[in-house]
Design a protein around this ligand. Sequence first.
Ligand SMILES: NC(=O)c1ccc[n+]([C@@H]2O[C@H](COP(=O)([O-])OP(=O)(O)OC[C@H]3O[C@@H](n4cnc5c(N)ncnc54)[C@H](O)[C@@H]3O)[C@@H](O)[C@H]2O)c1
Ligand SMILES: N[C@@H](CCO)C(=O)O
Length: 430
Amino acid sequence: MIIVDSALKQRDIEGRPIKVGMIGAGFMAQGIAVQIELFTPGMELAVISNRTLSKAINVFQSAQRENIEQVDTLESLNQCIHSGKKAVTNNPFLLCEAEGLDAIIEVTGAVELGCQIALSAIENRKHIIMMNAETDGTVGPILKVYADQKGVVFTNADGDQPGVTLNLYRFVKQIGLKPVLCGNIKGLHDPYRNPTTQEGFAKKWKQNPAMVTSFADGSKISFEQAITANATGMRVAKRGMHGPTVEMGKHVRDCLDEYPLSDMLEGPGIVDYIVGASPGPGVFVLGTMENPIQKHYLNLYKVGEGPLYCFYNPYHLCHFEVPITVARAVLFHDAAIAPEAHLVDVVATAKTDLSAGTTLDGIGHYMTYGLCENSDTSLKENLLPLGLAEGCILKHDIPKDQVLTYDDVILPKDRVVDRLRKEQTVFFHK
Ligand SMILES: NC(=O)c1ccc[n+]([C@@H]2O[C@H](COP(=O)([O-])OP(=O)(O)OC[C@H]3O[C@@H](n4cnc5c(N)ncnc54)[C@H](O)[C@@H]3O)[C@@H](O)[C@H]2O)c1
Ligand SMILES: N[C@@H](CCO)C(=O)O
């Protein structure tokens, strides 16, 4: 978004930086802090909230910031924001209520907390950048309804696949093609991975083992593609998507016959993924063009003869682009990617044989993985969203690879996420 850099430069020249608060101090948070503080003129990260304060301080220190104040009241946080002193707190709701913050970045990956933060930020009329795909892919549509009511932006982030995909999707649409498939290019997909199998990878890259497991076992890509579907009006062709595996390194533009043409051309288009293709880990959008004159030009410009034209972005740079999303929201009221409807869900599926009485663990752990399913089917079949599975108690044995239903579990009590799911169903489906 080239316009954003000029607008940020102007804020910098005027001495009126955008002020941001961030909730979470993990792997992504560190990258975001460095990116805002060292590479984004016109924006300041004013405060970080985390359960463990030392991690929030470490994140500021990674961004070469010292002299950080620990705060636990709204008044002291407001003073820090006003004076330009960096602050940390273990109370995330202070950030939502604070004066002088333009936007909140939510980067925990925790679903229940993500719901509470989003609601509080919106209630306090702050734009919310929801890097937490797990929450967005579960209750994003209804959170967007709340945000619209308060006149603030609810958005996922540039940099992660949904944001990169939507930028490409908007480009493809803008030049006159009809997008018919939004896809992710993955290097690995194995639903049975768990934090033990992914321990080495996590250690090598200094990441959380459960988080990287969610990338390998298909849960994260399912959240990403649900978010993309809910923003574009697309659907999945079948439960779990096609997700073909191709010869390692084969270019994605040579893989178009992996997807049945009718799935793309009949209906609103589909979200899907491919494993092994290049350029990875990028994204691609397939579009169609009817106009014979423009088809002639597309062929001349080496995009092919159709009927499918393949556009791609060779990378997704996760945290690098998050400040761009903040600026788009604050300065232009433009969401990188926001839900317009509730069309696709991520449903919980047994990773292994599970016994009655078991309390389900979290996303990217040992017990469940996610599959995309169209929401009309997930509602009709009473399927359990993956974002709700943690803490549920199984009423009976569930065999490996069976999709769970609400009838299989006892839900934890008094969760905001359950209330939001009910509201979402009523709002979009009744
Ligand atoms: N790691 C990646 O490569 C990557 C890439 C793109 C998007 N994301 C998304 O970014 C988010 C964060 O990922 P990460 O890799 O930084 O995770 P992480 O595990 O490294 O960090 C998560 C942070 O959130 C805090 N947190 C988690 N659960 C919490 C809870 N219940 N209450 C309070 N605080 C809690 C943790 O203390 C930690 O500071 C996730 O939504 C993930 O899907 C991650
Ligand atoms: N979705 C990423 C992880 C971080 O977005 C992946 O491709 O595995």
